[in-house]
Design a binder for this molecule. Sequence first.
Ligand SMILES: *[C@@H]1O[C@H](CO)[C@@H](O)[C@H](O)[C@H]1NC(C)=O
Ligand SMILES: *[C@@H]1O[C@H](CO)[C@@H](O)[C@H](O)[C@H]1NC(C)=O
Length: 166
Amino acid sequence: MQGLAASSKLSLSVVVVLFLLGLASAAAHGRKRIVSSSSDEPCTKMTLYLHDILYDVVNNTANATSAEATKPTALSKSTFFGELVVFDDPVTERNALPVGKEVPAVRGQGFYFYDKKDQKTRDISVVGGTGDFFMTRGIATLQLDAYEGTAYFRLKMDIKLYECYV
Ligand SMILES: *[C@@H]1O[C@H](CO)[C@@H](O)[C@H](O)[C@H]1NC(C)=O
Ligand SMILES: *[C@@H]1O[C@H](CO)[C@@H](O)[C@H](O)[C@H]1NC(C)=O
């Protein structure tokens, strides 16, 4: 099992889909759609932290929040190139990893893959969600915030939403 941190560079470079699940599951009924008219004026702005605990194939089944969905290739041994990881990660307002049965306010679901680009930040699309993120659309700028060996990493996500339902 390889992990992000084993590489000296941030090689996590694309999160193809980020689906934010707000646990406040307010009904869609009666909501008003707001669409920003300018890229400088998102209808919602926030910073959240996404915690990813990679399945280690040995003993963290209960704790893991992501798992590789591809078999390691000859290339992925040294560079992780081609690896695809599916995640259902806790997302928090502060940077601490939720402990025990603590329920995070938000979950992020989707998948990422390694394509070995070396960029400090990366913009990805937020393509929808539930609760506070009902039908939302926007951009999240990701930055590696912390990691522990190959088991865990935390991404800081600066989120700007341009289509909101309030
Ligand atoms: C299995 O779990 C123990 C206790 O949490 C940990 O110390 C050990 O490193 C784990 N083994 C592997 C291979 O990750
Ligand atoms: C779950 O994984 C995280 C990150 O490696 C670790 O800090 C935490 O102690 C683990 N929790 C349990 C219950 O093993």
